[in-house]
Unconditional design. Structure first.
Length: 258
């Protein structure tokens, strides 16, 4: 009896230790959500394509400036311009290609000047003859985006891999959401230039682009609504279409009257 009792006495601390380990294991499992039946938190959904494009346009607008390219396919032929531009108040120093004729244009608020070819003299120019409202108006147009879809794959845009987003724009809704009367006026100018409900295509830097360009608004196009089928070409010129490209967001822009 004494030997059996001793053996039983020695077994009690071992059993107690095993019970303590088991209790601690169960407690830790409950605290950490472990175990085969535990499930982690649901993954947060990513931003919608519409929110992605809107955020990229807002980031560019907040940068305040960029080196811009402007393409307008008008009834009298194509117009191409490029140069540094400040968004608000608008100012730009642009080299303009008017088909076979070149020009240098400066815009400073409501004033503009043009110098044709190699002429040393500048002439006053009405800003109503320039699509300057298209630049800042297009950045505010994203408030009216509808049915935005991200297209699969990437495309090369000026040497940069980019994702293409397509949809339509309700420019009346964009105007109502404009942050101030000046922005509303720019949206009105854009509406008169293309249409009140144009097609919208935006290219944003792809996820594998270099960090400064990742997710950045690289290029956007607004064009008059086409056939009822809703088909549109990614690259074909459409009369009335406005294409804008942006690089170097936030660059200093100093424009002086000539």
């Amino acid at each position: 009896m004494t030997a059996v009792t001793a053996r039983r006495g020695r077994g009690r601390p071992v059993a107690a230790l095993l019970g303590l380990v088991l209790a601690l294991s169960l407690a830790l499992t409950a605290c950490t959500g472990g175990g085969p039946t535990a499930s982690g938190p649901a993954a947060e959904p990513g931003p919608s394509p519409q929110d992605t494009v809107t955020a990229a346009a807002r980031a560019l607008a907040d940068a305040g400036s960029a080196r811009a390219t402007v393409g307008l396919d008008g009834p009298t032929g194509p117009l191409r311009a490029n140069g540094p531009a400040r968004f608000e108040p608008f100012a730009a120093d642009l080299t303009v290609d008017l088909g076979t004729r070149g020009a240098h244009v400066r815009v400073l608020g409501d004033d503009a000047w043009v110098r044709f070819g190699g002429s040393p003299g500048w002439q006053a120019l009405s800003t109503g003859l320039l699509p300057v409202g298209a630049v800042t108006g297009a950045l505010h147009a994203t408030a009216g985006l509808r049915d935005v879809v991200a297209q699969p794959g990437t495309e090369d845009v000026e040497g940069l891999p980019a994702v293409r987003y397509t949809g339509t724009v309700d420019l009346a809704a964009a105007r109502a959401a404009a942050p101030d009367p000046a922005a509303a006026t720019r949206v009105d100018e854009l509406s008169g230039l293309v249409s009140p409900t144009p097609w919208f295509t935006a290219w944003l830097g792809a996820p594998d682009a270099a960090q400064p360009d990742r997710g950045r608004l690289v290029q956007l196009r607004l064009e008059p609504a086409g056939p009822a089928s809703g088909e549109q070409s990614a690259n074909a010129a459409v009369p009335g279409a406005v294409t804008l490209g942006f690089t170097e967001p936030g660059l200093p822009v100093e424009v002086t009257a000539p």
